[in-house]
Design a protein around this ligand. Structure first.
Ligand SMILES: NC(=O)c1ccc[n+]([C@@H]2O[C@H](COP(=O)([O-])OP(=O)(O)OC[C@H]3O[C@@H](n4cnc5c(N)ncnc54)[C@H](OP(=O)(O)O)[C@@H]3O)[C@@H](O)[C@H]2O)c1
Length: 326
């Protein structure tokens, strides 16, 4: 692996697969080597569009491809665990879209397989790798806003009414929490660590998934995170990190390009833009880990991905929301 570029395979050819393909093209150390789809036609079309030489008409064929080092899994949530396990089984490193899996039990199985095989695995929580979020954590750790006492974050959008689509369909583990609430829960873990309490509520819509929800996380030191997410309601997408000496405001926190530090009666706006679509940073981290022989990233450790799924499991338990097959 040392003398050549890291060879990427993309598993699934939907919306986000295109974004990752664009991001990988911008990286010098990445080669867009292969794509796998459920059909030959889609693999061909995606391969043509992104100039990918190796095109497979099944996910298994991609997992079996000896000319691939790492596979980016970007199928609907319900397939993440199954697809990840198959790729690991065939000796491939995996970068798997968020939410890591549907529930913690699936997450534990994926992590156990990666550890058993000694292979790299990472949840594609791209937000954590953005310059703005790294800066945010640096500011928090520096004590510039004092001791963090509260965090507020929301991510809601009004999706069109499509009961069969992955956002509202229980068969595809639809709902706000798994699709976008995971960004809020992950941010809380990133800045505050593991919570010791959880209170939550949700509105379960007519398709049987959470159209909107709110979570309150409590921490041993009394810190509180107030998180909300939705797939049928637009919300401001702002994160506030509130400390004893000031606060940090991050607009569009999940794809942040700036942040503002408010303290001592003054506001400092910090630019943290990037030229690409933002997916390049997580890909660079995966490449760095592969180059250094690491099997996980310290920015999003696997045990934390499991813990995030556990928190979301507990919230769904409080709402009585189980997906088919759970
Ligand atoms: N990081 C982000 O910013 C971000 C944004 C959006 C979504 N995501 C995550 O990425 C994953 C995919 O989201 P997406 O928006 O790209 O979804 P999408 O446009 O629906 O694409 C999903 C792809 O998965 C494959 N697939 C396999 N079984 C499927 C099924 N039963 N129904 C539909 N598609 C199926 C299809 O590829 P083939 O037909 O080629 O097999 C399809 O194109 C989700 O888990 C989502 O949470 C992440």
């Amino acid at each position: 692996m040392s003398n050549r570029k890291i060879r990427w395979g993309i598993l699934g050819t939907g919306n986000i697969a295109n974004k990752m393909a664009d991001a990988l093209k911008s990286l010098e150390d990445a080669e867009l080597a292969a794509v796998g789809s459920r059909t030959n036609e889609k693999a061909e079309a995606f391969g043509e569009k992104h100039s990918i030489p190796r095109r497979h008409g099944s996910y298994q064929a991609l997992a079996d491809d000896p000319e691939v080092d790492i596979i980016y899994v970007c199928t609907p949530h319900t397939l993440h665990a199954e697809n990840t396990l198959m790729c690991l089984e065939r000796g491939k490193a995996v970068l798997c879209e968020k939410p890591f899996t549907v529930n913690a039990s699936q997450a534990r199985a994926a992590v156990a397989k990666a550890r058993e095989r000694g292979l790299f695995l990472m949840e594609a929580m791209w937000t954590r790798f953005l310059p703005a979020m790294r800066k945010c954590r640096e500011i928090v750790r520096s004590g510039r806003v004092g001791e963090v006492r509260m965090l507020q974050a929301d991510f809601g959008f009004r999706a069109g009414w499509d009961p069969q689509g992955r956002l509202l369909n229980p068969e595809l583990a639809g709902g706000g929490l798994l699709d976008v609430g995971v960004y809020c829960v992950s941010l809380a873990y990133f800045l505050l660590g593991a919570p010791s309490r959880l209170e939550s509520l949700a509105h379960i819509g007519e398709t049987g998934v959470d159209e909107q929800n709110a979570l309150l996380l409590g921490y041993p030191g009394g810190e509180i995170a107030i998180l909300s997410s939705a797939v049928r309601t637009n919300t401001p997408h702002v994160a506030f990190v509130m400390g004893t000496e000031g606060m940090i405001r991050i607009p569009a926190f999940w794809c942040a390009r700036e942040l503002t530090v408010i303290s001592g009666g003054q506001e400092e706006r910090i630019e943290a833009g990037y030229p690409g679509n933002g997916f390049e940073f997580q890909a660079m981290e995966a490449i760095r880990c592969l180059r250094e022989g690491l099997t996980e990233s310290e920015t999003i450790p696997l045990d934390e991905s499991i813990a995030i799924m556990e928190t979301m499991d507990r919230a769904r338990e409080q709402w009585g929301l189980k997906y088919p097959g759970e």
